[in-house]
Design a protein around this ligand. Structure first.
Ligand SMILES: *Cc1c(COP(=O)(O)O)cnc(C)c1O
Length: 352
């Protein structure tokens, strides 16, 4: 129950271990086409959804180097480690970054974006679920602000998509980035990125260097259900099975399951005496970040949980030792929550 890589269902594992097929064959093209359609369904979009062989960070880099030009002014919301990564990538490509930096555990304030969004701003970067703190930003509200302007809205939904609702088209999100190893229940190695018409217009003007991540090439090839370079074929076959599972359940039912189990987890944790780390933002149905017990390093709790057969994650950087992170994304069931709460109850008793 870590925030990625998550559990991979056996159906998906079986699909990945099948004999290799070639990627310029009708057999592969059918799978690629089906996966692309099902991704659009999960992204809730009619925009292009492109499949990259890279981890999520590759998609973040692609979102910067494809749609902007040197010295473009952009707003980046920084709520933690992953918002900070967007700041770093934008700066590396020479963009002029207005950083909205929040205290750890605080969500972005849409009014801050509104106040900084003058006609010179070319893009707004937001992390939907900030995996380092557990906060969940309100993309709908931010979308309402940004879609009235010429700026692009770029959302890192890598740990959110599939566990937190993302309505790409309804909310006016130009670029959404997701990855295989979080709520979408695949192994690491694939990244998915949706691109709106407004973003493709910006692509035409972009002067930043790009080669492997030149999304125009992926768009052109995806019209023939192919990729420009050899993709991670096995992972694509596996992801197709995973997306078929989600489609069969229905994305909204899948999201409801996450809402139900994460609410149960949060309630149970508070009953035991734990405190939830995020202080603002929306409920995060994919990830719960919890403060450790007073005077106890969170690694002690994490190791004790591991003895019972469950893996949860520590905090990162300055939150290391202070919090632990329990993911409810992907293939997690109510029985896992019951078990986790029982385990934590036993551990708390030991320290009381
Ligand atoms: C996991 C994650 C990433 C990307 O991580 P990779 O290791 O490159 O896949 C980016 N943003 C968020 C919010 C994440 O949770």
């Amino acid at each position: 129950m870590t925030p990625g890589p998550t559990n991979v269902p056996s159906l998906v594992r079986d699909a990945i271990s099948k004999p290799m097929i070639h990627h310029r064959t009708p057999e592969f093209k059918n799978i690629f086409s089906e996966l692309t359609e099902n991704l659009k369904y999960v992204f809730k979009t009619k925009n292009d959804v492109l499949i990259l062989t890279s981890s999520g960070t590759g998609g973040m880099e692609a979102a910067v180097c494809n749609f902007f030009s040197s010295s473009d002014k952009v707003i980046v919301c920084n709520n933690g480690k992953f918002g900070e990564r967007f700041v770093e990538i934008c700066k590396r490509y020479g963009l002029d970054v207005i950083e909205l930096k929040y205290e750890l555990g605080e969500a972005a304030k849409p009014s801050d974006i509104k106040n900084n969004l003058d006609s010179e701003i070319k893009g707004v970067f937001v992390t939907q679920s900030e995996t380092s703190t557990g906060i969940c930003n309100d993309i709908k509200e931010i979308g309402n602000i940004v879609k009235k302007t010429n700026a692009l809205l770029i959302v890192d939904s890598i740990s959110a998509l599939g566990s937190v609702d993302m309505r790409t088209d309804d909310w006016g999100v130009d670029v959404v980035i997701a990855a295989s190893q979080k709520a979408l229940m695949g192994p690491p190695g694939l990244c998915f990125i949706s691109v709106s018409e407004k973003a493709w217009e910006a692509y035409k003007k972009s002067n930043l260097p790009k080669y492997y991540f030149d999304l125009g090439k992926y768009k052109k090839k995806s019209q023939e259900n192919e990729t420009p370079y050899t993709p991670a074929i096995s992972l694509i076959i596996g992801m197709n099975e995973s997306l078929k599972i989600i489609r069969e359940v229905g994305i909204d039912n899948f999201l409801k399951k996450h809402e139900k189990i994460s609410e149960k987890l949060r309630r149970g944790l508070i009953e035991i005496g734990f405190e939830i780390f995020p202080r603002s933002g929306l409920k995060n149905n994919g990830l719960t970040v919890v403060k450790s017990l007073p005077g106890i390093d969170s690694s002690v709790i994490i190791n004790a949980v591991k003895e019972h057969g469950y893996v949860i994650a520590n905090g990162q950087e300055e939150l290391k030792g202070k919090v632990f992170r329990i993911a409810t994304m992907g293939d997690v069931e109510e029985k896992d929550i019951d078990k986790m709460l029982d385990i934590l109850k036993t551990i708390v008793k030991k320290f009381a």
